[in-house]
Design a protein around this ligand. Sequence first.
Ligand SMILES: *Cc1c(COP(=O)(O)O)cnc(C)c1O
Length: 490
Amino acid sequence: MTPKSPKSSDPSSPRDNPFRALPSVDEALRLLESALDSAQAPTHGDAPRVIPRAVLAEVVSNEMDAFRQRIGKDKLDASAVQAEIEGGQLVARLLAACAIERGRGVVSAVNATGVVLHTNLGRAPVHPEVAERMRAAAMGYCVLEMDRFSARRNERDARLGKLLSRATGAEAGIAVNNCAAAAFLMMQTFAGGREAIVSRGELVEIGGSFRVPAVMERAGVKLVEVGSTNRTRLSDYADAITDDTSLLMKVHTSNFRVVGFTEEVDAAEMARLGAERGITTGWDIGSGRLEAEGAQSLDIVGDETVLRDAVASGVDAIAFSGDKLLGGPQAGLLVGKRAAIRALRKNPIYRAMRLDKVSLAGLEATLELLAAGRGDEIPSRRLMHLSVAELTPIAERIAAALSALNGFEAKAVDSESQPGSGSAPTVFLPTKAVRVEWSGHTADDLATRLRAGEPPVFVRVQDDAVHLDPRALLPGDEDRLMKAFGALAS
Ligand SMILES: *Cc1c(COP(=O)(O)O)cnc(C)c1O
């Protein structure tokens, strides 16, 4: 070993080796814990989110790794590292990492996008009475698979099936986890291992990688495409029928419209052809517009098929979503002829897709509200019907409050909201939005900060400005919105 030459700097000394100036993971963890003790933990809803110590240790270890990398990359010396620790920047970074950790997962958010049925934000908010029924089912035991008056075992969705029949005029109904599952179950039950005929213009992708041809393939269905993208006639279906055909199917093109020179096969004609040839007919109508007595018509969403009309067309099985236009919890609902629904129920795959007690309770309660003539109270329906006259005072109130904040400029402007979730892609609902600008910041920067803030706020960015559309705000959201902006302004 060669003796060390005397040097002014000794790399083993913390004063000169930046890496040795870093605290140990244990020391950093203690620093973080004392900082967390003195800061009040933000809450989501009612329950504070406590981060387990093992997760805190992970946060610290990740942050120290990042610090080490930065030392190498930015050539920080020991005194720069020391300054960051003593200046509190390290603790600030650890606290920020904790805030991100705590803010992940399913947390309550403010929807200022104006899109009422926003899939990324959980689609339909349920009615408080519906939420109460769901809560009661979740927290305790409930009568689920038994008729308590006869003590006989029954289907968990027997009552829901009755409510669906009453609401749509169908002979029977069942429920599965979502409409994608309902469509899959329909294809697999009626055409697994055999042929299904679908119009080329309806072989759509419905977002989230739900592509009709791919789903059919996984269901073991031999897809027979007929017609062209813009025109398909009944004769195209009729000509394609072989001995192996066991399903004639229509799929609603949800988030997509072909306009101009178009022709699609009428459901009633398809049903008649199926009945004549002894072939089951199915229709995935997606949103499913349910009209009910005492509730305003959903004609504002345009040419969505009314469920009762779909059922009256005579198609054997019709699939639609529980959390789109119906305004309930996530589910896929299937209604139609008794024999078809019985066949769906007998498929063992149905067991793998069945609904849980909480969603079932919520769907029953939602359909009961509609049946009681209280459909207009269902939040998503109410929000879609809000007029510019009703939205204007809200937009003006928010604009005034935001303009009073340091650095913000806001004004109410005419705008348009979309219903969302593939319902009526060409329909826009007139609204009054708040156009907000934050001096020194871009619109994207403001949108990002709002999303990461507390509570998280989701907005629309349009013409280089953040737009807050009050259409989808729920009770209490105006205050939460101001809290989020207040935190940015301070
Ligand atoms: C939305 C939609 C689906 C998927 O419904 P989920 O409830 O999201 O699973 C399937 N088919 C059509 C036509 C749709 O519009």
